[in-house]
Write a protein that binds this ligand. Structure first.
Ligand code: Q9C
Ligand code: ZN
Length: 685
């Protein structure tokens, strides 16, 4: 069982630098790397990682992707005069060479491969390589866009060869299109490449028609290239999360990768002079978290772009913290994707519909016509937090006044979202006989002094509460809940002989303590009577029973038919529950597992895993005592020391898909992250 996070870094990669005036290349500076490492040290993150030394990538490894001719050219650069370096640089687009470039580019490749080895060998669960020069623009025969060797593409080929992998997912969250990666794997169905990028209807660099959503891969690789073009600047947290929930993740879970590589450019973050987007650093924590549930957690994050030093380094820290398993900060801003983002998401889903079963069953949206999509150049969206606080820049050029504004914003913002991390992650209250089922990392709760209990329990059935079994269940639950509320632990679990009553008491207790928003997810048959109309609680019921009442915004039944064959829950979890949960932004999540679940254990563990992105990862899990057989599976995602496999994809039952669709339609005006199709929202906005 792998654990720990690898960090691959070497200061030598700061020796590659621009020697002459070039307004295009002058943002790719050595400080990009050193400032990240400094920030990591500030947050004491370096010492928590497994340090992995770098090495040079070999010629053979470089030639997994690049031609000998091109390698020979780069190989000559360490002996060149400055004049020759300039000339060689000019042969390519937006690239500079330095005497140390070849050495650094080899280290960047080798660092990436060492990271892959650490993760594939089980030396670490996941990890990050802080490297430069970056890689995703470089091509078989060419350097491009600050990139010399295509680090991530080489890593994918290497992992296929060395470990015999058959499915690798590459997620490119850099703000530029990694056209180099797209070209290399265009006909290769074993590598699923996802990239979002600033596109602005092809006005933005590299201005290629093949960066649009209709480029889905070719030949055998058709369906394995996913482009999400952003046609406006100012895209932010909710746009990015929407693209993950409605495009990347459903396809990725269906693809079922054995390894995930991230081309992690942070020029898609706030303040970046190139990207001009508005995603705040914690957004990258959430993106990372969402990816950690694929490939049994085998996740390698590899630096690409990112040119606002503070934004870059804070975002890198957020990414690494998340890899290390820290609870996630709340995602800031209003959780509503902008229309332009919804249009892009709609279009890429429509293009990929023939290739992916999860989309095939879903909707029948037509492709919006490429040519009729109206747009005005340079018109930024302005609905995002970041964009509101920071008006987008006039031009794409780094502007020191703007950069300093973002510095100040981030200084404050990072303080705002920071919170102390409990030393103990998980606490449990279970019967003696169940303790042996628990991993050693959990704390076992001793039910405490039940004095103040009386007040809490008044209003509940007094006779029932007197029964010892019932009383003990409530005491146990409250002990766990209190630890979570006092932030002494991140999450907790209690077994209850009366799960419905326990959850009602839990919600009452939260109400008394003025906890504003509680997301409550019921899995299985539950009988629960609480007043749910004021938004203090959002209740999502997942069971097989036909709903007895009509849904309201705060009380929703995900009527889910049991499917013995497939036993998975991806479509409802990603396509409905998560978008609603992110839109609601709870302060606490309560998950109750009752009898007769219609969702299998893969579905339940997936849900618990993903819901840790909400409410600063605070989750109270209650299990009905008859369902204690699920304890061992449920505890895993809570403690996080083991990332489960959620099962291979199989198409959902038609009625389940239908229900999810109906719900999305019904609630997308209230819970805006549900929006993934432009047809309704265009008319209604
Ligand atoms: N007007 C990476 O982020 N900009 N590369 C060219 C021409 C080049 C970005 C602008 C941006 C390259 C790894
Ligand atoms: Zn970039």
């Amino acid at each position: 069982m792998a654990s720990g996070t690898a960090l691959v870094y070497d200061n030598e990669m700061t020796s590659h630098k621009l020697l002459w005036d070039d307004p295009i290349c002058d943002i790719e500076v050595p400080e990009r790397l050193s400032s990240c490492y400094e920030r990591l040290k500030c947050y004491n993150l370096v010492e928590r990682c497994i340090s992995v030394p770098v090495r040079e990538g070999t010629e053979e490894e470089i030639m997994l992707v690049h031609s000998l001719d091109y390698l020979e050219i780069v190989k000559r650069t360490p002996k060149m005069t400055e004049e020759e370096l300039r000339k060689t640089s000019a042969d390519y687009e937006s690239v500079y060479f330095h005497l140390m470039t070849y050495r650094c580019a080899k280290l960047a490749v080798g660092a990436t491969l060492e990271l892959v080895d650490a993760v594939m060998s089980g030396k670490s669960q996941n990890g990050m390589a802080l490297i430069r020069p970056p890689g995703h623009h470089s091509q078989r025969n060419a350097a491009n866009g600050f990139c010399i060797f295509n680090n991530v593409a080489i890593a994918a080929k290497y992992a296929k060869r060395k470990y015999g992998l058959q499915r690798i997912l590459i997620v490119d969250w850099d703000v530029h299109h990694g056209q180099g990666i797209q070209y290399i794997f265009d006909e290769d169905p074993s590598v699923l490449y996802f990239s979002w990028h600033r596109f602005e209807h092809q006005q933005y660099w590299p201005s290629l028609s093949e960066s649009n959503y209709d480029a889905a891969g070719q030949g055998k690789g058709r369906g394995f290239n996913i482009n999400v073009p952003w046609n406006k600047i100012g895209m932010g947290n909710s746009d990015y999360v929407a693209a993950f929930l409605h495009v990347l993740l459903p396809l990725a879970f269906e693809f079922d990768p054995e390894l995930v590589l991230v081309s992690a450019g942070y020029d898609s973050g706030i303040g970046d002079p190139e990207g001009q987007m508005s995603a705040t650093p914690e957004c990258f924590a959430h993106l990372t978290h969402l990816l950690m549930h694929l490939a049994k957690g085998k996740l390698c994050v590899v630096l690409e772009g990112g040119y606002h030093l503070r934004s870059l380094s804070e975002s890198v820290c957020m990414t690494l913290k998340t890899l290390l398993g820290d609870p996630l900060p709340r995602l800031s801003g209003e959780m509503a994707p902008c229309l332009s983002a919804v249009e892009s998401i709609h279009n890429v889903r429509a293009v990929h519909k023939p290739h992916w079963e999860c989309l095939m069953f879903e909707d029948t949206v037509p492709l919006l016509d490429l040519s009729t999509s109206p747009y005005q150049m340079g018109e930024a969206k302005s609905t995002q937090t970041g964009a509101q606080l920071l008006p987008p820049q006039e031009s794409g050029k780094a502007n020191s006044a703007e950069a300093i504004k973002t510095d100040r914003f981030l200084e404050l913002h990072m303080k705002k979202i920071a919170f102390p991390i409990p030393r103990i992650k998980t606490t449990v209250a279970v019967d003696e006989k169940e303790r042996c089922l628990l991993p050693p990392s959990v704390q076992v709760e001793k039910a405490t002094d039940p004095k103040e209990l009386k007040a809490i329990l008044s209003g509940f059935d007094a006779e029932l509460v007197k029964e010892e079994k019932v009383f003990n269940s409530l005491v146990n639950m409250l002990a766990v809940l209190d630890k979570i509320i006092k932030k002494e632990v991140t999450n907790g679990l209690a077994v209850s002989s009366v799960a419905s009553l326990s959850s009602a008491v839990a919600l009452k207790h939260c109400h008394n303590l003025k906890i504003q928003k509680v997301l409550c997810v019921f899995v299985g048959d539950m009988d629960m009577k609480i007043d749910l109309d004021d938004g203090e609680v959002l209740l999502i019921n997942v069971d097989a029973n036909p709903p007895t009442k009509s849904d309201t915004k705060y009380n929703i039944s995900v009527n889910w038919k049991k499917d013995v064959e497939t036993n998975n829950f991806f479509s409802a979890a990603l396509g409905f529950i998560l978008p609603v949960a992110y839109s609601y932004q709870p302060d606490l999540t309560v998950i109750v597992v009752g009898p007769k679940q219609s969702v299998g254990k893969n579905g339940i563990t997936l849900l618990i895993s993903l819901l840790q992105g909400l409410a600063q990862s605070h989750i109270l899990t209650l299990i009905q005592d008859t369902e204690v057989k699920l304890l061992q599976d449920i505890i895993k995602p809570l403690t996080g020391d083991f990332i489960p496999y959620f099962g291979t994809y199989a198409p959902d039952l038609k009625e389940n898909v239908q229900r999810t669709l109906e719900l999305r339609e019904q609630f997308q005006q209230e819970w805006k992250l549900l929006q993934c199709s432009a047809k309704v929202s265009t008319a209604e906005r």
